[in-house]
Write a protein that binds this ligand. Structure first.
Ligand code: PLP
Length: 429
């Protein structure tokens, strides 16, 4: 069943896969528009009934308790970020206090690098990759500037050989003794390549280099063992695979060996919790990831995550990964067989151990094809210049969704329907 060669192209087979899917009932927990097929959960995950419930409960508790919600809410707001971090820890393979939910990914990159990047004469470079998400690079460059570095000199960039993937050998070769910090994506946002975080961490540490990962595209889709791998720090978004809602509080991981490190951007919500309201003059941080919080936690941007994490923990990340790979393997199989004559190229790793939770379908008419799909109520996303990203998510997508998408694509290509759509992208792609 997990073998690609065992797949069949007929529609009946998709229904058979759905019938034996151990996660098939999770779909009922989500608000799915029955008239659409949603395959964009790697950009914005769907609302679950469970998330709606936790959000409405927090609002009701605000109504009832007002200021006292900080201590009297059923899950007191004062420790809500810590409580949800504890619930998310299994998705990251982290100890509960190595995680905190806080701010947004880009802000967290800033606060992590502000503390972890300490340039010296010997080591002043930050190593990133050419394919990284633009915001990550902007943040890295501004951190270099803040530390008085010349970006051109101190930013070291690993190039991609083909514009799609990174080669782990190239990354390791770039770990020279002038590198202070490495900051890489776990899963590349375009091609979905999953980097070998265990290997890269071991190689970095062998050379005395700190290493952090942006897990925005892997959290909730791929199991992590951040503690076991001894990754120094990490961050991630919670509105993508984790379904925490638009602008959901993001995540920070600090390996416990760094608990004595002082955050560079201190604020009162990082203060030792039992003394925070003593309003002392001198900062005394909590000696765990919680100590990296800056200001008041965004309670309403945390609340939906509570319900969502319940579903993740019930399903289990191993089962989610297994189904996710079966979905993307099936998708690739159907592209290879059903769409073979239409000029598509699978721009994601065919080896499943190197693939995250989505598939990049490349085509020179991608922008028009993506628009045609949307008009046919199939929601994917376009990435400039030629990628349609398709993310069948384990908790709410079915094998039938994948089958129907590929066959709709076939119709669009056969009848050249994509030609009816403009050759340019929308503002939010
Ligand atoms: C989605 C994403 C972001 C977005 O950052 P925000 O601060 O949440 O806007 C940053 N980096 C990566 C790698 C992403 O995938």
């Amino acid at each position: 069943m997990t073998m690609k060669t065992a797949f069949h192209t007929d529609h009946k087979f998709a229904y058979e896969l759905d019938a034996i899917d151990p996660l098939r009932t999770y779909r009922d927990h989500f608000y799915l528009d029955k008239s659409k097929i949603y395959l964009d959960g790697n950009s914005l995950g769907l609302l679950s009934k469970s998330s709606e419930k936790s959000l409405l409960r927090v609002i009701a508790e605000w109504k009832k308790h007002a200021i006292d919600g900080w201590t009297k809410a059923s899950k007191p707001w004062f420790s809500y970020a810590e409580e949800l971090a504890r619930q998310q820890a299994p998705l990251l393979g982290a100890k509960a206090d190595e995680i905190i939910l806080h701010a947004s990914t880009t802000i967290n990159i800033h606060l992590l690098l502000a503390a972890f990047y300490k340039p010296s004469e010997q080591r002043n470079k930050i190593l990133i990759d050419q394919l990284t998400f633009p915001s990550d690079r902007y943040a890295v460059e501004s951190q270099l500037e803040l530390k008085g570095q010349d970006v051109k000199e101190a930013l070291k960039i690993i190039n991609s050989r083909d514009g799609r993937y990174l080669n782990e050998e190239d990354i390791i070769a770039a770990m020279t003794d002038d590198v202070a910090v490495i900051f890489l994506p776990s899963v590349l946002y375009r091609s979905a390549q999953l980097l070998d975080m265990a290997l890269l961490t071991a190689e970095a540490h062998r050379r005395g280099i700190l290493i952090g990962f942006d897990c925005a595209h892997s959290v909730g889709a791929v199991p992590h063992l951040l503690s076991e791998w001894q990754v120094d720090f990490a961050c991630w978004c919670n509105y993508k695979h984790c379904n925490g809602g638009p602008g959901a509080a993001a995540g920070i991981y600090i390996n416990e060996k760094h608990f004595n490190k002082k955050p560079a951007l201190c604020g009162w919500f990082g203060f030792r919790k039992e003394r925070q309201f003593d309003m002392l003059e001198e900062f005394e941080g909590e000696k765990n990831a919680g100590g990296w919080q800056i200001g008041t936690p965004h309670i309403l941007s945390l609340a939906p995550l509570e319900g969502s994490l319940k579903l993740f923990n019930k399903a289990g990340i191993e089962k989610i990964r297994k189904k996710s790979l079966l979905l993307t393997n099936y998708l690739i199989f159907l592209v290879d067989t059903v769409l073979s004559e239409y000029g598509f190229f699978v721009g994601s790793p065919r080896n499943e151990t190197q693939r995250g939770g989505h598939v990049a379908l490349e085509h020179k008419k991608a922008v028009q094809i993506n628009a045609a799909l949307k008009d046919h109520r199939i929601i994917t996303d376009f990435r400039f210049p030629n990628i349609i990203r398709i993310a069948p998510l384990a908790l709410y997508n079915s094998f039938n969704d994948v089958w129907r998408t590929v066959h709709e694509l076939k119709k669009i290509m056969e009848a050249k329907k994509y030609k009816n759509y403009p050759d340019q992208r929308a503002t939010v792609a």
